[in-house]
Ligand binder design. Structure first.
Ligand code: NAP
Length: 260
């Protein structure tokens, strides 16, 4: 078995996932990075390979989290390379390819977003949780943790991307379900709820959010950065929240506060 602790981070060749992978590596984890990068309709490994160079002890595997076979392949890959998994970070996620009013949005977009954002992490967690339970039985002194990346969209209505909001609300419930089910095995499950974070995902709406932030949308008047999320995941990884399983960690500059 690998000497270092091991974390699987999905969607981690760039953006939030990459920052999380770097943070966990700095805390001594060996990392398995899942990614699914396509450029101009073709698989493109360049971002993942670059990330691998930046992180010592990092293995990369292309895979679509919405595919059952590819989820299983990710876990088998981790077993082969490291023989253990101490932490799972479900980070991969997509926005709808096109923002469309819910009065016109398509089932095709609904299925794509729900499959990647909700079905993927739900069933990846099932496989990894069962493996963690086996590991815990063999090594009761080891700690296991799962982090799910939801969003302020879990509870904020954006009718031009209803499928995204629904998928993230599902991730929030998924966190409660797994936190409840896995507590008896000592496996903590946490939700990170990012606000407006500067990544490729938000680059297409940068001007809109620049203005909203300048106009006072957030109590903390700045964009969030992937490193803000990574530090919160780091706190979970260090075991600082172990008695708080099921906890939602808002990383949103205070967006969730009700203000008068
Ligand atoms: P990003 O920059 O677009 O990165 C998303 C990552 O997920 C990419 O590596 C992407 O690869 C990967 N991915 C997409 N589909 C995948 C699939 N089917 N299988 C495996 N990997 C896949 O997004 P981000 O902003 O870092 O977002 C990370 C997570 O945070 C997402 O779950 C997102 O919903 C959530 N979030 C983000 C914000 C924000 O403001 N940025 C706010 C709230 C929540 P390819 O797309 O290249 O395939």
């Amino acid at each position: 078995m690998n000497e270092n602790k091991v974390a699987i981070v999905t969607g981690a060749s760039r953006g939030i996932g990459k920052a999380v992978a770097k943070e966990l590596a700095s805390l001594g984890f060996d990392i398995v990075i899942n990614y699914f990068d396509f450029k101009d309709g073709k698989p493109d490994n360049s971002a993942a390979e670059e990330t691998q160079k930046e992180i010592k002890g990092c293995q990369i595997l292309r895979g679509d989290v919405s595919s059952a076979d590819e989820r299983m392949a990710l876990v088998e890959f981790t077993k082969t390379k490291f023989g253990r998994c101490d932490m799972l970070v479900n980070n991969a996620g997509v926005a709808p390819a096109k923002r469309t009013d819910i009065l016109e949005a398509t089932e095709e977009s609904f299925d794509r977003v729900m499959n990647i954002n909700l079905k993927g992490p739900y069933f990846l967690t099932q496989i990894v949780a069962n493996w963690m339970i086996e590991q815990k039985k063999q090594n009761p002194e080891r700690n296991f943790r799962i982090v799910n990346t939801a969003s302020m969209s879990s509870y904020t209505s954006s009718p031009a991307r209803g499928e995204y909001c629904l998928s993230k609300a599902g991730v929030s419930m998924m966190t409660m379900l797994y936190a409840d089910r896995l507590a008896e095995f000592g496996i903590g499950v946490f939700e990170i709820r990012p606000g407006i974070i500067m990544t490729d995902m938000t680059s297409v709406v940068k001007e809109k959010y620049d203005k909203l932030i300048a106009d006072g949308l957030l109590p903390t008047k700045r964009w969030g950065y992937p490193e803000d999320i990574a530090r919160a995941v780091g706190a979970v990884a260090e075991g600082r929240l172990d008695y708080s399983t099921g906890q939602v960690i808002n990383v949103d500059g205070g967006f969730h506060l009700r203000r008068l």
